[in-house]
Design a binder for this molecule. Sequence first.
Ligand code: ME8
Length: 505
Amino acid sequence: MKFNITTPIYYINGEPHIGHAYTSIAADILARFKRLDGFDVHLCTGTDEHGIKVARTAKKEKMDVVEFSNVVSQKFRDMSAAINMKYDDFVRTTEERHIKSAQAFWKMLKKEDVYKNVYSGWYSAQDEEYVAEADLDKNRRAPSGAAVEWMEEESYFFRLSAYQDKLLDWYEKHPDFIAPASRRNEIISFVKGGLRDLSISRSQFTWGIPVPVDSDSDEEKSELKHVMYVWIDALTNYITSFGFPNNKAYVSEMMENCTHIVGKEIIRFHAVYWPAFLMSAGISLPKRIFAHGWWTNEGVKMSKSVGNVVDPRDIIQRYGLDVLRFFLFREVRFGEDGDFSEAALQKRFSYELANDLGNLVQRVLAFIQKRGGNIVADYDISDADKSLLENSRKLIEKMRPFMDKQYLHSALNTVWDLVMEANKYVNDMRPWELAKTDEKRLNVVLTVLCESIRSIAFGLAAFIPDTARKIFNFINVKGESFGEISANFVDQHFPQPSVLFPKEK
Ligand code: ME8
């Protein structure tokens, strides 16, 4: 079965930061979970390289825009490697395959949906978005706080107004299309408020994909001067990755199984404009769009000018990658806003990873080592063992519905409940005492504990893959598929474990 998932493609006007890392890790977690669950996964990310914002930043940096794009795009690839994101495709909008895809997509828009007119109005280069007069704030800025400039140019328009009812109908028939519910409601009321046609080309600058021309008509010259509005170019990246414009039926099939993970500030582009474009082009809509919240740093919005942007590389260097991956999804319900603070990260590291998880694994496996490293599996279980054993075997089953809804936080809570139950079981069963009194019972207890540790490692494998890999190695498990979770432990010799989360960081 197919499972396709995307991150936004990131603008290359700045360095990657914790916000980009957050979305990419979320998509990676969902992709990893599905891979372990036997799905055929396609995880796509990339960089959004056209538009006035990037062109201006390159100019400011006194760099050629192509060279600038190469340098910054590489930084986003490096970020993916640093956060252990296993992507299947990385789309750059300056790639030939994408330019062809975006132009073919443009041509597939219904003829009656595209018309030429003059655009005049406010534009926020920071947001790469048109802002209606009524939406300007009291300082005459965009709702995001960004400056706007007056724009007057010849432009192609997309007849978005014709899609109001079709979109509302789609949202109604597909209640899971937009999540969480708060975003869905926001989008529905936005669309109900009326849709204005959207300017989809620019003629005052050239850093973009040329609007394609159909013939050698007289109009050709003027059309060639237009480049596509950066958002229609950017959104098309999702189908570029599926090989568009080749094999359109396949592209549609892939889209139907595709989940877009985005930040809440770009939900409208994904849940209103993109579906309308796709309807017009006759390509299937994505399965789901999930918008997560925004991170602040110690309560303050992150921005380059304030100088408070959290660099994931710095956190990874000081605490380790899995501490960061764990913190981001343990600390905040996915979908809600979050506040980054090192004190909170330190707490999660020391109380939960080092104590709850690290000590559990260490206590049990070091105990087995002390007895020579051999585990003699015994499944003569009593009522006292049943709950932990059953909860261990059912862990993935319990996590699945949460993961299917992108409730990463609830899925992680489910794993943590098991960690706590296993810790309690150790305390209640007191294996160190059984070692002196009841060898047979000790074997049962150790078998149950090894099963629970194996399940915990599977439950965590998508979230903190390096740590899960270490645990798998300690207990001779391949760790490649959830199918391994219920295998019986046969007589095993375990290697010497090491400490998972050394405290002296
Ligand atoms: O919008 N908290 O790119 P972008 C959480 N190119 N997430 C954050 C964040 C924060 N403080 N800051 C950034 C664009 N993000 C377009 C997208 S898609 C066809 C085109 C994440 O570089 C979040 O996912 O501004 C947000 O939506 C994305 O980065 C914006 O990245």
